[in-house]
Design a protein. Structure first.
Length: 114
């Protein structure tokens, strides 16, 4: 190995969970961390279940029509600040996109990303 490649490898392993010079088989990082941490924490599993349930409600509501945040809040019976949080997550990950602005140029509608 050339000196440059060794230097890069040593610097990459410096922050390794195994310490300086430690290495993990390629593609085994996730498996190693799961074993080290004892699996996926229960709280993370519960959070994912909750997010998926809310995502399903929101996407089902948007199948019928384009909605503003307020309309979505009323339709799925959730506080508007929570609707904004989950809706922006769905926009970020490409499930939902912004639609048109309402007649008074105040609120955006949101629609399914097709």
């Amino acid at each position: 190995m050339t000196d440059i490649k060794k230097d890069i490898k040593n610097k990459a392993n410096f922050n390794s969970p195994l310490g300086v010079g430690g290495s993990i088989e390629p593609g085994k990082t996730a498996k190693y961390l799961r074993e080290k941490l004892g699996g996926i924490p229960e709280q993370a599993k519960e959070n994912l279940k909750e997010f998926n349930a809310i995502k399903k409600k929101m996407l089902d509501a948007l199948k019928e029509e384009d909605l503003t945040v307020k309309q979505m809040s009323e339709k799925i019976d959730m506080p508007t600040h929570e609707v904004v949080y989950y809706l922006m997550s769905l926009v970020k990950y490409g499930f939902v996109q912004t639609g048109e602005v309402d007649d008074m140029d105040e609120y955006y509608t949101y629609k399914l990303n097709k």
